[in-house]
Design a protein around this ligand. Structure first.
Ligand code: NAD
Length: 520
């Protein structure tokens, strides 16, 4: 047994789950020995206690990593795409075999309830299958040429190393969305996970590295992982050797990363904060709207980018809907995410709890009536931050309602007609996810039309969270405009070539331009 595989309580970490982490890594056939250090303390939100101490990568490590990624890219881009897909297929199979262990690890480090953790691991498996299919479908176009005996085509080549910066709330899926697609497109990849969830990241990355090591076509350093904080992410943003930066996180992070990548004319895909709304129309199926609303508002303890944060309810049903909503949220089981009966696990840390309480104070000062929102003591875990999700009746869409507070706070507004509801829905700077609960086909279509929701995700009779992998995922306005995966977003990871071939004996110029020269 190597040092790190001992229960960590003996040295630098002493929480209830430190020993189990080592055990889970052992079950995966992985070791953390080389990753251990004294730079970064990792905690479990379940009990607020340490899980592990890790070493962080420094600037010179990052330089070496980027150089290695560049070399790996030169080899990998020559491997036929279906063979690249085979690597991803093997990885998906390995993740499937270890689904339960990976889900438990994810819950222990991130705090989402086990069923949601299993869903996230399933998402990794699903995206692998999606990417494998894609590896045989990276198709171009044939375009009608205006010139006789000319062929005009568009096709796609790998673009270069991907640098992927990810947030704590989806510690595996977002990486898999970007990385598996980038790999089948012919790129190498470096992952800078959140400093709050590096253990889950190490497990997923090391499993992929193991598959790559056993795959004859995969070069060394095809997939690397960088443990670090914002500074480490900044190095990726600035580095000219990173062709494409996919960054998922807060708007503040995206404002920094986006500008830094743009300054060097790199390519970025930004997946940033949301402030998602649901409209509940008078014709809605109320039971369905309540269930959809409650999961969307409280799932992952309100820490999804697609979490429902604003509820816009028609005047005629507002009072009754809010009464039922408050009662239902009041009855949710709050507790250990490892227990089957739990609906809502802990917040990630104290900073998240403090931000939630500050937001609730501001809501009160802006005229809101707060239901719930208090800290809940969960037996055995006094150092953790469990909360009752808050439902806040607001007199108007005031300043605090327009902000994304990454915690379970649902602001409730009312509306008189659909134009007003859509104006409220669109009246914030974020543009990620939106939905309407209605049985009126005109309203449903209007909501999805050009004069409806301005978000990247527009749902009818479904909550704002829980997107499937097939559709392009991302949002507009300060959400960043990126589409990290799904649909045709593979094109983000490739460069487009427009090629014209002249197979005639003359040289006609486009647009009829004449340039006659007397040359044989
Ligand atoms: P965060 O912005 O604090 O951190 C995200 C990642 O960016 C981390 O890896 C962090 O180390 C890195 N980072 C932070 N500042 C950086 C900088 N200046 N330069 C380079 N890297 C930097 O976000 P978080 O608290 O981990 O996650 C919550 C946020 O992420 C929310 O706003 C949520 O809406 C958003 N999010 C968006 C999506 C989406 O698809 N749109 C998905 C998940 C999370």
């Amino acid at each position: 047994m190597n040092v790190i595989d001992k229960p960590l309580s003996s040295s630098s970490a002493s929480g209830t789950f430190a020993g189990e982490i080592a055990d889970l890594f052992r079950k995966l056939g992985l070791s953390l020995a080389a990753d251990r250090g004294s730079d970064l303390a990792v905690y479990s939100p379940i009990d607020g206690a340490p899980l592990a101490m890790l070493k962080m990568h420094r600037a010179d490590d990052m330089d070496a990593m980027v150089a290695n990624a560049g070399t790996a890219f030169l080899a990998w881009r020559q491997v036929p795409a279906p063979h690249r897909g085979e690597l991803v297929r093997r990885y998906g199979q390995l993740v499937r075999e270890h689904k339960e262990v990976l889900s438990r690890l994810l819950t222990i480090e991130n705090g989402k309830i086990l069923t949601e953790a299993r869903g996230e691991v399933q998402e990794v498996i699903d995206i692998c299958e999606y990417a494998v299919g894609l590896s045989r479908q990276l198709f171009g176009l044939t375009i009608a040429s205006e010139r006789a005996e000319h062929r005009l085509t568009e096709y796609w080549h790998p673009v270069g190393p991907l640098g992927l910066i990810s947030a704590f709330n989806f510690p595996a899926a977002v990486w898999a969305w970007g990385t598996t697609v980038a790999l089948v497109c012919g790129n190498s990849a470096i992952w800078k996970p959140s400093e709050k969830t590096p253990l889950t990241a190490l497990a997923f990355a090391k499993l992929l590295q193991r598959v790559a090591a056993d795959y004859e076509f995969a070069p060394d350093h095809l997939v690397q992982i960088a443990i670090g904080d914002a500074e480490c992410g900044g190095i990726i943003a600035d580095h000219p050797g990173v062709s494409i930066v996919s960054a998922t996180g807060s708007v503040r992070m995206g404002q920094d990363v986006g500008v830094r990548v743009q300054r060097r004319f790199g390519r970025s895909v930004l997946e940033l904060g949301g402030n998602n709304a649901a409209i509940v129309a008078p014709s809605a199926d109320i039971g369905l709207a309540l269930r959809g609303t409650i999961f969307a508002a409280t799932g992952t303890c309100g820490q999804r980018c697609t979490t429902l944060r604003r509820l816009i309810v028609h005047d005629s049903i507002h009072a009754d809907f809010v009464k039922r909503l408050v009662a239902a949220v009041g009855s949710l089981e709050i507790g250990s995410p490892l227990e089957d009966a739990t609906h809502v696990g802990p917040l990630i840390d104290k900073a998240a709890f403090d931000a939630m309480q500050r937001a609730l104070d501001r809501a009160r000062s802006e005229g809101g009536t707060v239901h719930g929102g208090e800290r809940i003591e969960v037996s055995g875990f006094p150092g953790a931050y469990y909360v009752r999700p808050a439902v806040v009746e607001m007199p108007a869409q005031s300043e605090i309602v327009c902000e994304e507070t990454f915690a379970p706070i649902l602001y409730v507004l009312s509306y008189a007609d659909i134009d007003e509801a859509i104006a409220l829905q669109n009246g914030v700077s974020q543009g990620l996810s939106s939905c309407i609960f209605t049985s009126d086909v005109r309203e449903a279509e209007r909501f999805q039309s050009a004069t409806g929701s301005d978000c990247g995700i527009v749902n009818v009779n479904i909550g704002t969270s829980g997107a499937e992998i097939g559709g392009a995922f991302g949002g507009e306005k300060v959400t960043g405009g990126g589409r990290v995966s799904g649909s045709d977003s593979w094109k983000n990871y490739m460069r487009r070539v427009t090629a014209t071939v002249n197979y005639s004996t003359s040289l006609p110029l486009a647009q009829g331009v004449k340039f006659d020269l007397d040359i044989d």
